[in-house]
Design a protein around this ligand. Structure first.
Ligand code: MG
Ligand code: MG
Ligand code: MG
Length: 315
């Protein structure tokens, strides 16, 4: 009997990490390959809304791959929506990575050859939808709904600079199969995810957080999507304290928090930690200010990480 492949997105999973894993596991099964989706963390509010809407069960939780007796017994895994060691499952060295399907910068090396599919599109789910087409498989309504949701989530309904023409074309095709309206459903979904009323601030910041290594510098970048950044900033001091705590907990040097406002269509950036002065300066924060609002900045991957790479290479 062949082993069951584990398909997983990144830690602190977002909608794309959950939906791409579920949709890809389904495609593998249809192709006669045993596979199941895994999640490396709690389902966020937006993803919960989507899974409930399309009545799909969440993936099984796993936080570590344990070492086995022999290399042959190591599980086969597929990474979707990430490829960085700091963002993947603990004990990844106890697994055989047989595939990566992703849309992020490539920070990856393996001892063995593998299938690596990277495309600079708006979401991993766009690539998964293309894989369905390449295999001549029409996704079910549920899987089409999940992939559509992930495209809308990652591209903030086509507004993010990461969004490509291809994302829009694929989304329109999935919209028909899923039987929803992108405009109506998309807004409902984003709003369901953006409400942080009554939530613990640490949990809010940790919902969509990623650790990046720039040489030896370890920087966390968290993104909180909201519809009311001004109100949130009334508690700036408290937020900064929370950021300091998270740096310690995660053993990082610095943290950048993006408070992305979907109504204002931009992000307020907050900086705490070792390189915060240089980072703040790099993002053109006016002197004497400890945060800055950047209009049209919606993407961590395309607008924050490249800039951080540049800033931190000179520090
Ligand atoms: Mg993601
Ligand atoms: Mg993604
Ligand atoms: Mg995201």
């Amino acid at each position: 009997m062949s082993k069951q492949i584990l398909i997983m997105g990144h830690k602190s999973p977002d909608t794309d990490s959950i939906c791409a894993a579920l949709a890809y596991a389904e495609l593998k099964k249809i192709s006669g390959i045993s596979a199941k989706a895994i999640r490396l963390g709690k389902i966020n509010k937006e993803t919960r809304f989507i899974l409930d809407y399309f009545k799909v069960t969440e993936p099984e939780f796993m936080n570590e791959i344990m070492g086995s007796q022999s290399v042959n017994e190591n599980p086969d895994v597929i990474l979707v929506d990430h490829n960085e060691r700091t963002q993947t499952i603990d004990g990844i060295d106890n697994a055989n990575i047989i595939e990566v399907v992703d849309h992020h910068r490539v920070v990856f090396s393996t001892a063995n050859p593998l299938y690596y599919r990277a495309e600079p599109v708006g979401s991993t789910s766009t690539i998964i939808a293309k894989l369905y087409k390449e295999k001549n498989v029409v996704p079910t309504r549920e899987m089409a709904g999940l992939m559509l949701s992930a495209i809308l989530s990652d591209t903030v309904i086509f507004k993010s600079p990461t969004c490509t023409e291809e994302d829009k074309i694929i989304a329109k095709e999935l919209e028909k199969i899923a039987g929803v309206s992108i405009d109506v459903y998309g807004k409902d979904m984003i709003i369901a995810g953006a409400s942080i009323e009554g939530e613990n601030l640490i949990d809010v910041v940790k919902t969509d957080i990623k650790l990046f290594e720039f040489g030896r510098k370890k920087v966390l970048v968290s993104q909180v999507t909201t519809a009311g950044v001004t109100k949130l900033l009334e508690n700036k001091k408290e937020i900064q304290e929370v950021l300091g705590k998270i740096i310690k907990e995660e053993n990082a040097d610095s943290i950048v928090l993006m408070l992305t406002d979907i109504v204002l269509s931009g992000s307020e950036l907050l900086f705490v930690g070792k390189y915060s002065i240089d980072i703040a300066k790099g993002f053109d924060t006016p002197t004497g200010q400890d945060s800055v609002f950047l209009p049209d900045v919606l993407s961590r991957k395309k607008q924050i990480i490249p800039k951080l790479t540049e800033i931190l290479s000179e520090v």
